[in-house]
Design a protein around this ligand. Structure first.
Ligand code: CDP
Length: 243
């Protein structure tokens, strides 16, 4: 973070970002519910140039059995990047980064899923990043929520996610890969709009207390926009003309 800003115009004199967006403009987002016939629920998302597929299985028996909890169901999340998803081939073995992202997505989804209704079972969420361009954890979390709903898992709300951040001393919405690399701060956020609860909040970089508050506001507004697209994706599948 911060290193290459001098050589790259992240925000021009008209307030336009390196990919042509305004400061509060998200990238193009397309969400599709369903699509994988062998999964209990699935979703596909394009979030700018990120392309991510999610398959959900369960509630189902837990293996190994000792992981089962007699009081509640458990949620397991695997975030995985395809070797071809990034410019420099990624080693297919699970990286520390993938383990961390799997954990934060699981913890961000847990408050949304009514696991207490399914003691002794597991719900498995498999996330495959086909193409990455900054912000994959937010895009993956957004798609995972839709896939869980598509699987018919009882939920309190869906988690919608997007990152706020800072480039050229200005708060922005939806940090892309260049902004993540060369900008001043990246703050991925997951939010349940109906309940009004933040379930994912990370911060890489430095913000003043005012900028921090602004990032939260901008991020929540962005999550609400993402939420509308999540609901639309489910509406299209279940009440539209799609399969
Ligand atoms: O993807 P996200 O922003 O949630 O996580 P990150 O760790 O901040 O990664 C930012 C971006 O770096 C990813 O979205 C990828 O585009 C890129 N990346 C990469 O090029 N090679 C990797 N092995 C990992 C990430």
């Amino acid at each position: 973070m911060g290193g290459r800003e001098a050589t790259m115009v992240l925000l021009d004199e008209n307030g336009i970002r390196c990919d042509g967006r305004k400061v509060d403009e998200p990238r193009r987002i397309m969400i599709r519910a369903g699509g994988l016939k062998n999964a209990d629920g699935s979703a596909y998302i394009e979030f700018g140039d990120n392309k991510i597929l999610v398959g959900v299985f369960g509630p189902r028996d837990v293996h190994p059995k000792h992981m089962a909890n007699t009081d509640t169901g458990i949620l397991r999340v695997r975030y995985h990047m395809e070797p071809f998803s990034v410019g420099e081939r990624k080693n297919p073995a699970p990286s520390r980064r993938e383990i961390e992202i799997s954990k934060v997505i699981k913890e961000a989804l847990e408050p949304a899923v009514m696991l207490d209704k399914f003691p002794r079972t597991a719900v498995d969420v498999f996330i495959e990043v086909l193409q990455a361009d900054g912000g994959t954890r937010c895009a993956a979390l957004t798609a995972a929520s839709v896939a869980l709903a598509d699987a018919g898992i009882p939920m309190r709300d869906m988690v919608a996610a997007i990152a706020a951040g800072k480039v050229a001393d200005t708060v922005i919405l939806d940090v892309n890969n260049e902004e993540d690399q060369a900008g001043q701060a990246d703050m991925p956020m997951g939010y349940m709009p109906n309940i009004g609860k933040i379930t994912l909040l990370q911060l890489d970089g430095v913000l003043t207390p005012e900028e921090y508050k602004k990032c939260i506001e901008v991020g929540i507004d962005g999550c609400k926009k993402v939420y509308e697209l999540q609901k639309q994706a489910l509406n299209d599948k279940y009440f539209g003309n799609r399969d």
